[in-house]
Design a protein around this ligand. Structure first.
Ligand code: ADP
Ligand code: 5GP
Length: 224
């Protein structure tokens, strides 16, 4: 199981899509369920299984989810059936999930059954630029996602010394390099050597992201 977690805009969907495109023989994607509305171009059953809140709750009660979490007011979850479908085909299953979900998966699939990778862009400014360019959120939603991102990167920072949840921190600068690294880590599973200590980088990232998000909040307030 290959878990990709990242702040929104970190690039996990892009990396997951590239893995499937390049190596469909070794990577399959678990299509999550969500209560959020589809974005333009998102197909039901491909990007997500789009469910109503009632249907999602019903499936939680039925035990259909391996993990689920609330993110920015919407529910997201990994369906056991999706994971089993991919694993049964003899491929790695790629999960693109937020941090609370990654914590749950780690408990259910301890190392080496899963490799868990936290992905960040090279800087908070690049993160914000990429989110803006994606054009999928309103300014208010973007601010909410940045506030969540601060907490997520902080969680990853405190996790580094114990590696309780994340095995690796991956900087998604050049896409090709990032995708190759994920392939390497998936192949090596528990055998991959941990890289350099990423604590200082993550600490600086959190500080800078807080500053950038604060500035954006203030300018949003001024313009209303
Ligand atoms: P996430 O799924 O983590 O929210 P996405 O995969 O949607 O993030 O990526 C956010 C935006 O950044 C997308 O528009 C994507 O095309 C772009 N992006 C992702 N990785 C890179 C990269 N390495 N270089 C440039 N742009 C990237
Ligand atoms: P988005 O709305 O941008 O598609 O996703 C919002 C967040 O929910 C992202 O961090 C994404 O990775 C996460 N997410 C997507 N599917 C799942 C899932 O099945 N479980 C959990 N816990 N998070 C998910």
């Amino acid at each position: 199981m290959v878990v990709l977690a990242a702040p929104s805009g970190g690039g996990k969907t892009t990396i997951a899509n590239e893995l499937r495109r390049r190596r469909p023989d070794i990577f399959g994607y678990s299509v999550s369920a969500t209560t959020r509305k589809p974005r333009a171009g998102e197909q039901d059953g491909a990007a997500y299984h789009f469910l109503t809140r009632e249907e999602f709750r019903r499936r939680v009660q039925a035990g259909d989810f391996l993990e689920w979490a609330e993110y920015a007011g919407e529910l997201y979850g990994t369906l056991r059936a999706e994971v089993e479908r991919v694993l049964a085909s003899g491929r790695h299953v790629v999960l693109d999930i937020e941090v609370q979900g990654a914590q749950q998966v780690r408990r259910a699939y301890p190392r080496p059954a899963s490799v868990s990778i936290f992905v960040i862009p090279p800087s908070p400014r690049v993160l914000i630029e990429r989110l803006r360019k994606r054009r999928t959120e309103s300014e208010q939603e973007l601010l909410e996602r940045l506030a969540i991102a601060v907490r997520e990167v902080e969680t990853a920072r405190t996790d580094v010394p114990t590696r309780r949840v994340f095995d690796h921190i991956l900087v998604n600068d050049d896409l090709d390099t990032a995708v190759n690294r994920v392939i390497e880590l998936a192949d090596a599973a528990d055998g991959a050597k941990p890289g350099p200590d990423m604590t200082p980088l993550l600490a600086a990232f959190v500080k800078e992201l807080e500053r950038e998000a604060d500035q954006l909040r203030q300018s949003a307030r001024r313009s209303t």
